[in-house]
Write a protein that binds this ligand. Structure first.
Ligand SMILES: [Zn+2]
Length: 507
């Protein structure tokens, strides 16, 4: 397609980036017959379905996932290496969206709550721009908002220059940070007075073989527990529609962006696993919420003026005990004594001391200061640790920082480890577990984070302005989404972008 002036003027009025937390690729087809015609099926039947889209790094966690979708690069570049990580500089744990210099903005006295940490948040640890940051540099009047029950699901996608981001506080209320606002917008205060979280606890959450009375959940766990039911997604959907109306997104010809991340799928997925009836019911209900969002966009902005994409921040593995029962290799990795054991091993060689400072996100942080004081080689100590760890049951690979600094891996799982490894922030020895293995103490729940396809393979759907109907089965990296949107908007790629535009969409 030739990019003439007339086409350059015809940009979408509204871009909506939807993330479904923990949605695996196969859910689109597993639940297909239970979906209605106007949600996921509409996106597939009218949109472009990229069926071979993968995370190209590990750890496949929520913070890194949201950052990667919207910055078009990996933790090695954007720096979000986990949800939390050990900060080498001061020995403290940091949170990916935490910001001690900000305060919580809420519907409360004086509009701020200096005590609460729930809103002490910002994207400042994310080192590169999102596509919406580049849009703001291109057209400052563009409006950009991010919403999610999880703070990181709202903040990282919306980028550094967003007008606002909203997430759920400890009492089920929508809050923000002084990074964005001095006080919450009036429409949001009105919205939550009209629709507080408590109004979503009606009747029971029931499905095949289960039933949970919502009032007893509210009584025992409080209003924020809405997030662990499908109603959490419905609450976010209602907020999304209110935000589009009140902030007048997509009203004029200057492109606006809304990012929304549905978190209840993740809370429920961790608790019950991908094969539970609770999980299936959650997706059937999410399908209806997505249908309502599409309907609202269609009737206000118009499908022909909107660009929507839907993906996930990572997948999840089947409950390992369920895999084992089906004779598929799986297991539970117990790291509780591993730091001590590794330290003992290093002490045998180098003398009794604190050689291992921390184990975090399947990385060991060694005592670099001590290694230097004792005039030892980092490379040698790291290698001794790695050689020990490869002997531990459940460990499939080990990597040393030295190895990752001095080689460049293009293929295989090695490259996924390297792209998730940030030279400045990551540890000295990285381990990767066998497929089907998790580090999780619940016998019935499950988790994600690995380099295997159950965690990396996610759905990717584009729908709306200029998007043809079709499917595409060549490999797509999660980092390709942002430059694809940038190309469709005619703007610069995010500044750390390592992905490529998906040509079957942009050309
Ligand atoms: Zn997640």
């Amino acid at each position: 397609m030739l990019w003439g002036i007339s086409q350059a003027q015809e940009k979408p009025k509204l871009v909506v980036g939807i993330v479904v937390d923990q949605m695996r690729y196969d859910y689109v087809y597993r639940f297909w017959n239970q979906f209605g015609d106007n949600g996921f099926k509409k996106l597939v039947n009218e949109g472009y379905f990229l069926r071979n889209t993968h995370y190209n790094y590990t750890p496949t966690y929520t913070g890194p996932g949201h950052a990667s979708i919207f910055t078009g690069t990996t933790p090695s570049v954007h720096g979000i290496i986990g949800n939390n990580w050990y900060n080498k500089a001061d020995g403290l744990s940091v949170y990916c969206a935490g910001d001690g210099n900000s305060t919580t903005v809420c519907d409360c006295d004086n509009h701020i709550d200096v005590e609460s940490t729930a809103g002490k948040m910002s994207p400042h640890r994310m080192l590169t721009t999102t596509f919406s940051d580049e849009l703001k540099l291109f057209s400052p009047q563009s409006k950009v908002f991010g919403i999610s029950i999880k703070d990181r699901g709202a903040i990282l996608p919306a980028g550094h220059t967003a007008n606002g981001a909203f997430w759920m506080g400890k009492s089920g209320e929508w809050i923000s940070s002084s990074y964005y606002y001095e006080q919450l917008p009036e429409w949001l205060i009105e919205f939550q007075q009209k629709k507080p979280a408590t109004s979503y606890f009606k009747g029971a959450w029931k499905g095949r073989g289960f039933g949970y009375p919502m009032d007893s959940l509210l009584a025992s766990k409080g209003p924020a527990s809405v997030k662990s039911t499908p109603q959490g997604n419905t609450y976010l959907k209602d907020l999304a529609i209110e935000l589009i109306k009140s902030e007048e997104l997509g009203k004029d010809n200057i492109t606006d962006v809304l990012t929304l991340s549905f978190s209840s799928t993740d809370y429920i997925g961790h608790q019950f696993g991908p094969h539970a009836q609770e999980l299936i019911d959650t997706y059937i209900k999410l399908d209806k919420d997505i249908a309502e969002i599409l309907k609202h966009i269609n009737s206000t902005v118009g499908q022909e003026n909107a660009l929507i994409f839907l993906t996930a921040d990572h997948g999840v593995v089947s409950v390992p005990n369920e895999l084992k029962a089906k004779k598929i290799p799986a297991g539970y990795f117990d790291a509780s004594n591993l730091t001590t054991e590794l330290n003992n091993h290093l002490s045998k060689r180098y003398g009794n001391n604190t050689w291992v400072l921390k184990y975090s996100n399947q990385q060991f942080f060694l005592n670099r200061k001590l290694i230097e004081e004792q005039k030892l080689s980092h490379q040698e100590v790291q290698q001794l640790a790695a050689d020990y760890l490869i002997g531990v049951e459940g460990v499939q690979y080990t990597f040393t920082a030295h190895q990752l600094h001095h080689n460049e891996y293009q293929n295989s799982f090695y490259s996924l480890i390297q792209k998730g490894f940030n030279q400045k922030r990551s540890g000295d020895v990285v381990i990767a577990l066998n497929s089907g293995w998790i580090e999780w103490n619940s016998p019935t729940g499950t988790t994600h984070g690995s380099c295997f396809s159950y965690d990396t393979h996610v759905p990717l759907l584009f729908w709306g302005k200029g998007i043809q109907q079709g499917v595409f089965d060549e490999y797509i990296s999660i980092c390709d989404i942002a430059p694809t949107v940038s190309t469709l908007l005619g703007i610069s790629f995010p500044n750390g972008c390592t992905g490529q535009p998906i040509r079957s969409i942009t050309e």
